[in-house]
Design a binder for this molecule. Structure first.
Ligand code: HEC
Length: 103
C-alpha cells in the first residue's frame, strides 16, 4: 500500500536503501510521535515549524535527517532540530522515514 506520486525528488530514486529489519517499519508511526517529530512537523507531517515530510522520498528523508542530526546540514533552521533529535538512532530514523513517505 505504498503511494508514490512521483513528483518529488525523482533524481534521488537512484539511491535505493535496503533495510532488512522487517519489524522496524511497524514502529514508524509510534516513533514519529514518541521522538517529537510531530511537535515541529505536525501530526500529519504536513509541516509547521519544520517542512512537510509527508510523501517525500523515503531515502531523501532518511539522508537529510541524518545530516541534520549529525550536524552536517546546518542550513536555515536545522540547528533547532539537531538538538531535539540527537538520541534518535539510524534504525528508528529509517522506520520514521518509511512511515512519513507513505503518508
Ligand atoms: C524543534 C523542531 C523540530 C523537531 C523536534 C524535528 N524537526 Fe525536523 N526539521 C525542523 C526544521 C526547522 C527543519 C528545516 C531545517 C532547515 O531550515 O533547513 C527540519 C527539517 C527536517 C528534514 C529535512 C526536510 C527536507 O525537506 O529537507 C527532515 C527529514 C526532518 N526534519 C525530519 C525530522 C524527524 C524524523 C524528526 C523526529 C525524529 C524531526 N525532524 C524533529 C524542525 C524540527
Amino acid at each position: 500500500m505504498k503511494l508514490f506520486t512521483g513528483v518529488v525528488g525523482a533524481a534521488l530514486v537512484a539511491a535505493p536503501m535496503m533495510f532488512s529489519q522487517a519489524a522496524v517499519a511497524a514502529d514508524g508511526a509510534a516513533l514519529y510521535k514518541a521522538k517529537g517529530c510531530a511537535g515541529c512537523h505536525k501530526a500529519d507531517a504536513m509541516g509547521q515549524v519544520g517542512p512537510r515530510l509527508a510523501g517525500q522520498m523515503e531515502a531523501y528523508t532518511l539522508e537529510q535527517f541524518k545530516l541534520i542530526r549529525d550536524g552536517k546540514r546546518t542550513s536555515g533552521k536545522s540547528g533547532m532540530m539537531a538538538g531535539a533529535v540527537k538520541s534518535v538512532t539510524d534504525e528508528e530514523a529509517a522506520a520514521i522515514a518509511k512511515y512519513v513517505a507513505g503518508l
